[in-house]
Write a protein that binds this ligand. Sequence first.
Ligand code: SF4
Ligand code: SF4
Length: 345
Amino acid sequence: MQNQVISKKDLAGFVDELIKSKAAGEVIGIKTQGNKFNFGSLKSAAELRLDYDISLLPPKKYFFPQTETVLKYEAGANPRVEPVVEEKSMCIIGVHPFDIRGILLFDAVYGGNNPDPNYFLKRNNTVIIGVDCLKPNPKAFAASMGTAATDEGFDLMLTDIGDSYFVTVGTTKGENLLKKHAKAKDAKGGDLEKRDKARNDALKNYKVSLKMKPEEIPALLDANWESKVFHDKSETCFSCGSCVMVCPTCVCFDVQDDMALSLKGGERYRRWDGCMLTEFAKVASGENFREHKEQRFRHRMYRKGKYLVERYKYLGCVGCGRCATHCLAEIASPAETFNLIKEAK
Ligand code: SF4
Ligand code: SF4
């Protein structure tokens, strides 16, 4: 389908129609939360705030909830185990390109030879309506990570071009929703120019930049395992884990059993975990193979800049700036660390 243009009024009508018809399941969108923004269930298009910078938590929470029961069991003479897999249809409106890149990384990590059913029964039933980020967060550096725009990972992508949104059509699913529920019209050459101008202007609004090409990061890290930067930067780390909990590319979880007091059964659940927490690398014998905060800090940077790209082809950082925004010690930004290592050479 040719790309479309939809007036702001008609976009609101489209969103309200999706909410009413449930044509794509539960409608989730970006809304205000206090003086910040977060994704949540939409009751009406009036709640939607597509002009935001970053959400408190990335949209990954809809495919990979913070806590998720994965099985229930009964104990006793006839023990029984039952997997718990929740299937859900959703339409998430207002996902920024860098968060879509985060979801693509998740798809790679949770896919492969042994796809995770809990993740994919939600992910595959979700329509993603993205929006270009025209007012980036002051700590974001997506422009220099190459993640400020994306050609993949969305069903529809909106770009604010004034009174209207340019709608880049990504999939047949997106196209069908538009055809059936929206009043949109074919985009003209001038509209495409407006979209590209809006995107290019947005790149100039990024305040933080990486002083190298993103593809140079793995080699930089390879050559600097002993860098003093890891020690110096980590000195003030609280090991609070905020930087990993808010990150759209942090995929780790811990698994725990919760046995009922009656001892008749219980459930097993997984919940988000992160490598900046002190217990993360502690194993059964009591050994902690990243006991010191410098080791954890370095590990996180290697995971962002080297390990994931070597295994899954995506860098483990999309430059959203959430970690830097939430770090009380003001040390969490990977761009800042990579730049310091480069400058120290
Ligand atoms: S880097 Fe910052 S956010 Fe991350 S664990 Fe340390 S203090 Fe907390
Ligand atoms: S490491 Fe920080 S900037 Fe990079 S994706 Fe995660 S939260 Fe965003």
